[in-house]
Design a protein around this ligand. Structure first.
Ligand SMILES: Cc1cc2nc3c(=O)[nH]c(=O)nc-3n(C[C@H](O)[C@H](O)[C@H](O)COP(=O)(O)OP(=O)(O)OC[C@H]3O[C@@H](n4cnc5c(N)ncnc54)[C@H](O)[C@@H]3O)c2cc1C
Length: 398
């Protein structure tokens, strides 16, 4: 196992760094680095910038318009984009439904959807979870009945991220009931503008609107929108979840939070001196930086294994759990650093056009929201408890 970068990888890192510095719009960078809210348009603009460079899909094979990069290059790319202040690439099209379509889809589906994902012309959302079907996803109840050349879909999805921005949803539906739960599920692509779809917002603790309830009432979906075979959707759903999880180590986000933390500790004061000069606070920063370094090396070990074609077992779950813990710890430290200057709930204060009085410095305002926002990383993509079950099964054979 060789964890040192090759000279080509070092040159590639410089190339990506220069590209981000030159091509990322300053206003987007400012919002991202300041940990403020990033809008739909910001994500779309950055994705289109990457597409023009041929870097729209780091994880896809070349024949579908991807870069064909190995795992090491993908990690370098993601690291440099995060370090340069770019918004993350939205996963729903790129890392979730895209790979499902190019692996299991029809030629027509590939032709229709893949180029639009690269150019960010569609916004996809993920219709998996339902009330009563989250960790136990196979118990989902949204029903799709075949009527002629259509499916008629009835049911409810929940926690659907950015459904309010989406024009398409990949959706797990039940197409057979008298079989084992996993064997009666199908994978449908649904136009969010179809009659019968209602999207209702869910406000989260950080005051933002990222997740939604989606109600489907007699929604008609053409049969050509079925991916793969009817009742084989569980296979595609599991394939997709592996992709979702492998992107969840969160190294880039952790480093962004750490950089912010050091910056805040320089600006904040404690008993008249910069917080960074408090040995106790410095120790807390040092401790978490070491933990992060160890986490990064774990990711590099996984990357090395992938590049050498060695099988990957519980590592993705370990990285997900550890990454989410570190993001939570960093967000807590950030909030500790600014104290009452962090105002989590005031939308007016978080809006840039607000001109009234502010209770704390600019940089502190989003941090309460960030703290609450980071709680969710332990839940989506398979909760940490469920990941620990997976680790126990693979590593301990329990
Ligand atoms: C911010 C956010 C965005 C999301 N975005 C999407 C999205 O876009 N699309 C989508 O489909 N879903 C999305 N989800 C839903 C997410 O996948 C589910 O919340 C998650 O799978 C957990 O399901 P649940 O909420 O039903 O909780 P439950 O499964 O009911 O779990 C409740 C608690 O019990 C624990 N638990 C459950 N089963 C076990 C077990 N076997 N062993 C030990 N502990 C267990 C869980 O860890 C959890 O703590 C999102 C969630 C969040 C928070």
């Amino acid at each position: 196992m060789n964890l040192k970068p090759t000279s080509e990888e070092t040159a590639f890192r410089t190339e990506v760094r220069d590209f981000v510095r030159t091509n990322l719009a300053a206003d987007i960078c400012e919002r991202v680095v300041g940990l403020r809210r990033v809008g739909r348009d910001d994500y779309v603009r950055w994705q289109r910038t990457l597409n023009e460079r041929g870097w729209a899909a780091p994880g896809w094979p070349v024949e579908h318009g991807g870069t064909g990069w190995d795992a090491a290059r993908r990690v370098i790319f993601e690291e440099e984009c995060f370090a340069g202040g770019a918004p993350r690439q939205m996963p729903f099209g790129l890392s979730m439904v895209g790979p499902v379509i190019y692996t299991f889809g029809t030629p027509q589906q590939k032709q229709r959807y893949l180029p639009r994902i690269l150019r960010s012309e569609d916004w996809w959302c993920q219709g998996y979870s339902e009330p009563g079907a989250g960790s136990d996803l196979a118990s989902l109840k949204t029903r799709a009945e075949r009527v002629g050349n259509k499916y008629v879909v009835n049911g409810q999805k929940i926690w659907t991220s950015f459904a309010q921005w989406a024009n398409l949803m990949f959706c797990l539906v039940r197409t057979a009931v008298d079989v084992k739960a996993q064997e009666g599920i199908s994978f449908l692509l649904i136009d969010m503008n179809s009659p019968g779809i209602t999207v209702r917002p869910i406000k989260t603790l950080d005051g933002s609107h990222d997740v939604n309830e989606v109600f489907l009432e007699n929604v008609e979906v053409p049969v050509e929108n079925l991916v793969g075979e009817q009742n084989k959707g569980w296979t595609y759903a599991k394939f997709l979840l592996v992709h979702e999880r492998s992107n969840i180590a969160g190294i880039g986000m952790c480093k962004r939070l750490l950089t912010r933390l050091k910056d805040v500790a320089l600006r904040e004061t404690s008993r008249g001196r910069p917080l960074i000069e408090s040995s106790r606070f410095r120790e807390r920063i040092a401790r978490i930086e070491i933990e992060l370094l160890a986490h990064e090396w774990s990711l590099l070990r996984l990357v090395s294994a992938e590049n050498e074609g060695r099988p990957v077992g519980a590592e993705a779950s370990v990285l997900k759990v550890r990454g989410s813990e570190l993001q939570g710890d960093l967000a807590r430290l950030l909030m500790d650093a600014v104290g009452p200057g962090a105002i989590p709930y005031s939308e007016e204060l978080l809006a840039t056009e607000y001109a009234g009085p502010r209770p704390g410095p600019d940089y502190a305002e989003p941090l309460g929201g960030v703290y609450f926002d980071m709680r969710k990383v332990a839940i989506y993509g398979g909760t940490n408890e469920v990941q620990k079950n997976i680790i126990a099964k693979i590593v301990l054979g329990l």
